[in-house]
Design a binder for this molecule. Structure first.
Ligand code: GLN
Length: 228
């Protein structure tokens, strides 16, 4: 059983929930998603965390009334080995937490560094993270929540999940400042590193939850089983 804390501040949180459900089916792992809206809900029984993509400024604002972000940061400091997945704005929140806090990643990140919204793009990225294989579960057979989100169609190669290519969806994405990266690269687009692993903290500048490829979500659940 894995209890995943999912930050519900703003952004692609429902899509992450769906991807987690799919990944848990693929791994045949019992899953509980704890939707986190307030700092009070963050407890020691969470096995891992997901910080979704969206708009990091909006997330910081949304966090203010219920102090969710400070509670998540304290949780990460208290349980440094527990896995965390931050995607896009989530990666920004890991690399640039509140004023006084140090980054959770040995890398700096630059917001909106690919350009504006209209410069968003999709491209295959090469992944080197070792992810557990899972039973085949097609996106269509995954139970959806009330938002009935439909994952983006992905190419054949990606659906088979056999190779190192991953369908990268970059939406007004940040970029890691390449010269600042002092942890393990796990995903790259051409020469550029777009995913990093620092300890058990995985930060991606793209959106795996918008695709039907659940390798990163399987990694999170698998790591949670290993570390707890
Ligand atoms: N541009 C957003 C930000 O600065 C991140 C974009 C995303 O999460 N898709 O927070």
């Amino acid at each position: 059983m894995v209890r995943v804390g999912l930050a519900m501040l703003q952004g692609a949180r429902h899509e992450h929930a769906e991807a987690l459900r799919a990944a848990s089916k693929q791994l045949d792992v019992h899953l509980e998603i704890v939707e986190l809206r307030s700092g009070m809900e963050v407890d020691e029984h969470l096995d891992c965390l997901v910080l979704p993509g969206g708009e990091s400024t909006a997330m910081r604002k949304a966090s203010q009334s219920e102090s969710l972000l400070p509670a998540l940061y304290s949780w990460m400091e208290e349980f440094p080995g527990r896995p965390v997945l931050g995607t896009c704005a989530g990666a920004i929140l890991l690399a640039s937490p509140e004023d006084s806090k140090d980054s959770f990643l040995r890398a700096e990140i630059s917001r909106n560094a690919w350009g504006r919204q209209r410069d968003s793009f999709e491209a295959d990225v090469v992944i080197t993270l070792e992810t557990p294989s899972g039973m085949k579960v097609l996106p269509d057979s995954v139970s959806r929540d009330k938002f009935n989100h439909q994952p983006l169609p992905v190419g054949e190669a990606s659906l088979t999940e056999h190779d190192s290519l991953f369908p990268g969806v970059f939406i007004r994405a940040p970029r890691f400042i390449q010269s600042s990266i002092e942890c393990t690269p796990v995903a790259s687009f051409g020469e550029e590193i777009v995913g990093i692993l620092d300890g058990n903290c995985l930060a991606l500048t793209f959106h795996p939850e918008l695709t039907g490829d659940y390798r990163f979500h399987r990694w999170l659940l698998h790591q949670s089983l290993l570390t707890n």
